[in-house]
Design a protein around this ligand. Sequence first.
Ligand code: 3PY
Ligand code: MG
Length: 253
Amino acid sequence: MSKRLVAANAWISSDSRYAAEALSYAGFDSVTVDLQHGMFGIDTAVSLLQAISAGPAVPMVRCSRLDGAEIGKLLDAGAYGIICPSIDDAEQCRDFVGACRYPPVGTRSFGPSRGLLYGGPDYVDHANDSVLTWAMIESRSALDNLDEIAAVEGLDGIYIGPNDLAMSLGERPGGAMPESVREAIRRAVQVARARGIFVGAFCGGEDAAADMVDCGMDLVTPGNDISFLRDAANRRLSVIRRLTTLVSDASGY
Ligand code: 3PY
Ligand code: MG
């Protein structure tokens, strides 16, 4: 069986530089720092990017919102891809892509700071071509405007946020994927293919990620660092608990 080329993306929600570095060395193609829902602010995001770039994975960030100043700072700090949450129409998408590109293409201000160290002295010459722009599709409005969003010049990919998308469609987030979200994902894959851009998705775990690979995703995120830790802890504990009782139960505390 021939295998498709699909990028595996790790996702950092904790403020641990050590975990970020370990995931960069773990074999993921990219590691994304989640500044929207991660438990840290922008200063920590910068040091997480430093930790990721100690290893071989491509450092990316999910910014907290569509904010050119924040996006510029994250790129200056060495992010090579930005995933922007809640892109609901083509105008927002144009603002987002523009914030990631130097003039005359976009509006990014010059001051590449760590980008120069990490990307090399010619960083400014290739930044517009090498920084990946991913617009998050996670609402009913985004679905209504999907064709126009995907057609924005310079957009590299769309990235599905299945939980916010589920809520926007009147479903519950987490758990089994509702049919309405699955249908939206099938359409997003078709639209991305037709436009020649990438399509990726956040996934609840490895099974959901495998499912999304089958659906045609080019990039999948199989959960975040804390879910990796929790899953591994639960797996190991359940092996031990099959053979033992809780010390606190036995001692009557
Ligand atoms: C979503 O599922 O809405 C996300 O943003 C995943 O991080
Ligand atoms: Mg979301």
